[in-house]
Design a protein around this ligand. Structure first.
Ligand SMILES: Cc1cc2nc3c(=O)[nH]c(=O)nc-3n(C[C@H](O)[C@H](O)[C@H](O)COP(=O)(O)OP(=O)(O)OC[C@H]3O[C@@H](n4cnc5c(N)ncnc54)[C@H](O)[C@@H]3O)c2cc1C
Ligand SMILES: NC(=O)c1ccc[n+]([C@@H]2O[C@H](COP(=O)([O-])OP(=O)(O)OC[C@H]3O[C@@H](n4cnc5c(N)ncnc54)[C@H](OP(=O)(O)O)[C@@H]3O)[C@@H](O)[C@H]2O)c1
Length: 610
């Protein structure tokens, strides 16, 4: 087929590069086609959910949405939610106790990766005219490999960006793009190394020996720039391995960016005068777009008539509650997260945290008309007076988070104030509004995710914009003290009029009994903590309306039994959402897959696994 537009009979010139054969970009076109198919699929699912919600709100009936077709059940069970092998997905693979080997992708993700790598490899080979002279074959092979490396660069940068437009368009989470970023990167490095080896082999042949070839390479800007790029890419290959990445995250991130810049600069000059330089330009523009959007977002959200600031309050269990008063709020959605910058603790570094709660002027947002929040940005822009506080729970781990928790613990009254910038919001791709039943499962600090959904559901129920009629929260914690993490928010939630109705056992006809059935099951996994220590005088117990069932149990829950009970009382379609340690995510996934039958139960996992 040929890799470039060398005319028949035209001799190849050493320093001239004919334009690339566009067919070399075929893998990219195939990939773009696959993304388009995913976009269409995702749009259809979203439209279906919207139609289902509209119909439920119109007819007050959701019994028919309980059922799922056999094909859809199989796809859910064996394709979309299946781990690569049997159970393991989010639970980290570890060597010994501390060496972090990453996670196993889902079956669907692994299939996408395999197809992506396969089409790249196929095009390596089919573009080369294998029946030509050996020299020409080697030239075409190195050209093909080099082109593959360059053509994959825009995808590499896009997948790494926080503002990747494909995330909202395809509804595919950043975690998945992060996985793609790593594999696209490995493909690029592999192609670049093949390109270099073939190019050196060619020069040795042309110059009549290794010494002459080496002399030429070290005295030619074109080759030196290529070598700089190869060196930087190879360094990235090693510094981004899971054990290094997880053990020294900040050092990894900073050196990763420095090496990427070095690779791009080297490549830019290596590709001077070639059509491939345009691909580099696209890559740099995509990167610049992400960085500029991040900067603009930080400035817009946090710098108004005053700067965003936070109160950090120490809580039991090495957790800090961070209440950020943002200069310009956004329209909050459950499942969103933001990157927090706290210069006095972490200089310029930023870390992602789920938005757990929002309130205005110290009053919970849910006490106000839910629709007001859409006008918040405008209010602030025109000088409106309401202050919006966005709350996060941060668990002390290694770097910034452990410094933050230590600083709060050492401060007078275990509280301090600091300038804090929030970049976001990101995420919040999944709405649970069209489900009749919702089971929220959390482990430890993973409660930040479901608490935001509880707020959204109660708000939605009050404004009659959600189909949810039955919500169960299962939260596994190590100590009763940890209930204080969300205590003020639960007290606020319990006082909502939507939860004041009688707790009648709910069967089929939900809208004839239009109450929201909320139950909360706390599990104390550490045997040192006992349900008997739960005081009837505690704010949780005092403020809970009679209709809300709260149970405190010992040990870990049986997710199988919990799901059995929930499915027995299922109203319409059911969503099961889990946020907690990877092991918990895997267990809940396994149970939901095992229960897939003719009842519709969808699974959503939010587990920190980058
Ligand atoms: C979407 C999302 C929501 C989260 N929500 C919460 C929450 O509500 N509460 C909570 O306590 N924790 C949450 N986390 C986890 C939290 O981000 C990490 O615990 C924190 O970044 C660790 O930082 P560190 O400085 O203490 O540790 P480091 O030593 O810097 O890192 C420890 C590990 O945290 C991860 N990490 C660190 N920085 C980043 C970063 N900028 N981007 C991605 N991963 C990073 C890396 O895997 C690293 O190995 C969430 C994570 C994600 C991805
Ligand atoms: N949006 C997000 O992605 C997001 C937001 C916040 C937090 N997170 C993640 O959530 C996780 C929770 O953090 P953590 O440090 O607070 O967790 P943790 O302390 O390790 O565990 C919390 C609780 O979960 C229990 N648990 C663990 N595995 C379980 C299983 N398979 N079945 C039942 N219970 C189980 C633990 O029980 P034992 O005592 O028996 O171990 C413990 O009580 C972290 O990985 C964090 O990064 C993610």
């Amino acid at each position: 087929m040929g890799v470039d537009h060398l005319q028949p009979g035209e001799a190849r010139q050493i320093d001239y590069h004919p334009p690339m054969n566009v067919a070399l970009a075929t893998p990219m076109f195939i990939l773009a086609g696959a993304l388009f198919v995913l976009f269409v699929g995702r749009t259809l699912i979203r439209l279906y959910h919207r139609r289902r919600l509209r119909e439920i709100l119109r007819t007050d009936k959701q019994g028919r949405f309980k059922r799922r077709s056999a094909i859809s059940t199989s796809l859910y069970k064996h394709v979309f939610h299946a781990p690569l092998f049997s159970i393991r997905h989010s639970r980290y693979l570890k060597l010994g106790n501390n060496i972090h080997m990453g996670i196993l992708p889902l079956r669907f993700e692994a299939a996408l990766l395999a197809v992506y790598i396969a089409i790249n490899i196929v095009f390596f080979f089919v573009m080369v005219d294998w029946w030509k002279d050996w020299d020409e074959v080697i030239f075409e092979f190195q050209y093909s490999a080099g082109s593959m490396a360059v053509l994959n660069l825009p995808g590499l940068v896009l997948a790494a960006g926080r503002n990747n437009p494909l995330v909202p368009l395809l509804g595919i989470k950043f975690d998945c793009f992060n996985l793609m970023h790593r594999w696209v990167g490995r493909t690029i490095i592999f192609s670049a190394l093949v390109h270099m080896i073939a190019a050196v082999r060619m020069k040795v042949f042309e110059q009549g020996g290794l010494a002459a070839a080496t002399l030429l390479i070290w005295n030619t800007k074109f080759f030196i720039c290529g070598l700089v790029a190869i060196f930087a890419f190879t360094a990235i290959l090693f510094q981004s391995l899971s054990p290094v990445r997880h053990a020294f995250y900040e050092a990894f991130l900073h050196s990763h960016i420095a090496l990427a810049i070095m690779a791009f600069v080297g490549l830019w000059y290596h590709l001077e005068g070639m059509s491939h330089q345009n691909v580099m330009l696209v890559t740099v523009v995509l990167w610049g777009f992400d960085r500029a959007t991040r900067l603009a977002c930080v400035i817009w959200r946090n710098i108004g008539t005053r700067c965003s600031k936070a109160t950090v309050e120490m809580l039991p269990g090495d957790v800090a509650r961070v209440n950020v008063t943002v200069a310009r709020p956004w329209r909050f959605k459950a499942g969103q997260y933001a990157y927090l910058y706290m210069p006095s603790v972490g200089l310029w570094t930023s870390h992602p945290f789920s938005v757990a709660w929002t309130s205005k002027d110290g009053t919970s947002v849910l006490d106000k008309d839910a629709t007001n929040s859409s006008n918040d940005s405008l209010d602030r822009a025109v000088g409106g007076s309401q202050e919006t506080t966005v709350s996060f729970l941060v668990k002390g781990r290694d770097g910034l988070t452990s410094k933050l928790v230590r600083k709060a613990g050492n401060s007078p009254e275990r509280t301090f104030n600091a300038i804090t910038l929030a970049e976001g919001p990101y995420g919040g791709l999944e709405s649970l509004d069209s489900y009749g039943s919702v089971l929220l499962v959390a482990g430890g600090i993973g409660i930040t995710h479901p608490i935001a959904y509880l707020l959204e559901i109660v708000n939605g129920f009050a404004s009659r914009s959600t189909a949810v009629r039955r919500v169960t929260l299962v939260w596994v914690v190590r100590s009763l003290d940890h209930l204080s993490w969300i205590q003020p928010w639960m007290v606020s939630l319990f006082s909502h009029p939507a939860l004041q109705g009688p707790n009648v056992p709910k069967q089929e006809s939900y809208f004839e009994l239009p109450e929201l059935a909320l139950s909360i099951q706390i599990y104390l996994s550490n045997r040192d903590s006992s349900p008997e220590d739960f005081s009837p005088e505690s704010p949780w117990a005092i403020s809970a309306p009679t209709g809300v069932a709260i149970s405190i149990n010992t040990g870990r829950p049986s997710f199988r039994d919990t799901l059995d009970v929930e499915m027995a009382h299922q109203v319409g379609a059911m969503a099961v959402s889990v946020c907690g340690p990877g092991e918990m995510g895997d267990d809940v996934r396994q149970v939901v897959r095992a229960k897939q039958g003719n009842k519709k139960v969808d699974f959503y996992e939010e587990t920190f696994s980058w």
